[in-house]
Design a protein around this ligand. Structure first.
Ligand SMILES: NC(=O)CC[C@H](N)C(=O)O
Length: 359
């Protein structure tokens, strides 16, 4: 027996569907992802905080949710320690699941974190609407109504960033990871390499630390909310130590460099976004999940666009012309999605090695 719930959008659209997960109401920004798999990764990616996620792949839940396993005290399976989305919208929810490592159903997992899901929604119609009008505010309404709420007005990074400093791994390169809502696969990617990782909160003054390279993580919401990170980063940009940023980290690098960011109409969320490496004809297929982008036109003269999105021409990463600073708007750590650009972690650590050798 399922219960009826509604998805209501700010433009007045009301769609009736069936409840799965928690039978509760929630508001957020409604965004869509065209990735065909990867809901365990997406739902636990802190970058999705405040968002009601519409999955365009028609059948969801059929492979269940894996059980937790730990790796160096972090999750081996998930991208953080909880579900971050505000709600989930699917066409067909598969109540039966089957997979070798499934431990529970998607619906039960959502219930554990009190997150509502709605199924039986024409997600094709909904996605067309979001593409035409842009991302809209919306809410899933069960018994009690809730007001619409724009999560981009909140400092979501402060909500998902850790409270204290943590250390991981033993390696020759000491990397500071500024955690604005990092995906654990970024930590795993570093720990598989020759790295000692110092994970610090988003507003921590890392400029006082002794390190070889600086990494800026992904994270939720509007990058302009991260004033403290931008200020610290501006100091780091005065030095020559290598810096690498992913997604929100790329936007923060752009802002700290003196450039601007803007909100994309409906964002890029999928596992098959084509990006071109500037100065080459080389194209990579990438995993993406973002609603903002660096405005390439506003970048100071000493910076270049590093990658370009081949669908809409927007900036997919930036690079300093002379110093070892670079970033990607896409996710080289994947999880989920293609792993084709994971070599960028090696490129960064190579730059760190070269910096240390030159010193
Ligand atoms: N995945 C991310 O880091 C997203 C960055 C930022 N919150 C955006 O939506 O553009």
């Amino acid at each position: 027996m399922t219960q009826t719930v509604k998805l209501i959008l700010e433009d007045g659209t009301e769609i009736e569907g069936q409840s799965f997960g928690a039978f509760t109401s929630a508001a957020g920004e409604v965004v869509f992802s065209t990735a065909m798999t990867g809901y365990p990764e997406n739902l636990t990616d802190p970058s999705f905080a405040g968002q009601i996620l519409v999955l365009t792949y028609p059948m969801v839940g059929n492979y269940g949710v894996p059980g937790e396993e730990l790796y160096e005290s972090i999750s081996k399976i998930f991208e953080s320690d909880k579900i971050h989305i505000a709600g989930l919208v699917v066409n067909y929810y598969s109540e039966e699941h089957s997979h070798w490592n499934a431990a529970k159903s998607l619906g039960d997992w959502l219930k554990e974190y009190n997150i509502p899901g709605i199924f039986g929604v024409d997600t094709r119609m909904l996605t067309k609407k979001l593409r035409e009008k842009g991302a809209l505010l919306g809410k899933i309404v069960a018994e009690t109504d809730v007001p619409l709420h724009d999560p981009n007005l909140d400092n979501l990074v402060a909500q998902v960033s850790p409270a204290g400093v943590q250390h991981y791994g033993h390696g020759q390169h000491k990397i500071v990871l500024v955690d604005c809502g990092t995906k654990t696969n970024i930590i795993r990617c570093f720990l598989e390499r020759d790295v000692e990782l110092i994970r610090v909160p988003w507003d921590y003054d890392f400029t006082t630390l002794n390190y070889d390279g600086l990494f800026l993580s992904n994270g939720p919401g509007d990058p302009k909310m991260c004033e403290a990170t931008i200020q610290h980063l501006q100091k780091a940009l005065q030095q020559d130590k290598p810096i690498f940023g992913i997604c929100l980290g790329s936007q923060l690098m752009g802002l700290a460099a003196g450039g601007d960011t803007f909100k994309l109409k409906y964002g890029h969320r999928s596992h098959n976004q084509p990006v071109k490496l500037t100065g080459t004809q080389r194209c990579y297929i990438t995993s993406q999940n973002h609603g903002f982008a660096v405005d390439t036109e506003t970048l100071p003269a000493e910076w270049d666009m590093l990658f370009e999105n081949l669908n809409d021409g927007t900036c997919e990463g930036i690079k300093h012309k002379t110093k070892p600073f670079f970033s990607t708007q896409f996710h080289p750590e994947a999880a989920g999605g293609p792993q084709d650009t994971e070599f960028l972690f090696d490129d960064f650590l190579k730059a760190v090695g070269e910096y240390k050798a030159a010193k």
